[in-house]
Ligand binder design. Structure first.
Ligand code: SF4
Length: 69
């Protein structure tokens, strides 16, 4: 399962087969885009994303794809 989040031309996908819910993305994100739900990362606040790419580089499982990173 690979939920996709979109806003203002930004597209972020999280591979839930890889995500281990350790919150690395949430800890790295300066904009509070992420929320942990049932042990998996979600990105309900994608509209707040500033395209800094910290989540992509910070995920130890390489579970995040971002259209700008
Ligand atoms: S690119 Fe930056 S601002 Fe956007 S979701 Fe990832 S860490 Fe947050």
């Amino acid at each position: 399962m690979c939920p996709k989040y979109e806003a203002d031309g930004k597209v972020l996908e999280i591979d839930h087969d890889k995500c281990d819910g350790d919150s690395a993305c949430a800890d790295a994100c300066p904009s509070n885009v992420f929320e942990l739900v049932n042990g998996k990362s979600t990105a309900p606040n994608i509209a707040e994303c500033t395209e800094c790419c910290a989540c992509v580089s910070g995920c130890p499982k390489e579970a995040i794809k971002h259209s700008s990173c």
